[in-house]
Design a protein. Structure first.
Length: 165
C-alpha cells in the first residue's frame, strides 16, 4: 500500500508536536528516490533527524505514531550534558591508576617513584564494533523502553613516565 510522503510526514510532525518536540528539533537528514522493482513505480524516501531531550518523549512518540510508510526508526546518538565532566574525571582516574601501578612496581624493585616526567594521551579513541556488541550482551532489552536512566561507559588509557629515585 502506497502512502503519500506528505501524509506520513504531517502525521509524524503532529505526533512530535503533541509530545513537545519543536519544529527546530526536526531536520531533514536525507531525501531521495528509488525505483520500485514491482511495477517500476517511482518512490520517494525521506530521513528525518529528530533531537529528543529525554527518553519519555521517545516512548510517547513510539506509542502514538502510525507506522504505515515508516521503514525504520533508530537512535543515532546519545549525549549527556555532563559528558565533558565525565571525560575529565575518567582521564584523572586513569592517571591516578597509572601512578599507583608504577608505584607498586617500582617499590617491588626496592626503589621509590619520583616526579612525573611525561604524560601522553593516546590519540586514537577507536572502539571496535565487537566491543560495543559485547558491552550490550548483558542488557535486558525488554525493560529498556521504560528505564529513565542509561549507563554511560567511558574508557581511557594514559601513558605516564615517572622518574625513579
Amino acid at each position: 500500500t502506497k502512502v503519500p510522503l506528505e501524509w506520513i510526514e504531517k502525521d509524524l510532525r503532529r505526533v512530535l508536536s503533541r509530545a513537545g518536540i519543536s519544529d527546530e528539533a526536526i531536520r531533514v537528514q536525507e531525501i531521495g528516490d528509488y525505483w520500485r522493482q514491482k511495477g517500476k513505480e517511482f518512490l520517494i524516501g525521506k530521513q528525518l533527524d529528530i533531537r529528543f531531550t529525554d527518553f519519555e518523549k521517545i516512548n510517547a512518540v513510539i506509542k502514538k505514531i502510525d507506522t504505515k510508510g515508516i521503514e525504520s526508526m533508530r537512535i543515532g546518538e546519545l549525549k549527556h550534558k555532563d559528558l565533558p565532566n565525565y571525560r575529565k574525571q575518567g582521564k584523572i582516574e586513569a592517571l591516578k591508576a597509572a601512578r599507583e601501578k608504577a608505584s607498586y612496581l617500582v617499590e617491588a624493585m626496592g626503589q621509590k617513584l619520583g616526579e612525573v616526567i611525561r604524560i601522553v594521551e593516546p590519540a586514537s579513541s577507536y572502539v571496535s564494533p565487537y566491543s560495543l556488541y559485547q558491552a550490550q550482551s548483558n542488557v535486558s532489552m525488554g525493560t529498556a523502553a521504560t528505564e529513565q536512566y542509561r549507563v554511560i561507559k567511558l574508557r581511557y588509557e594514559m601513558t605516564a613516565r615517572f622518574a625513579i629515585e
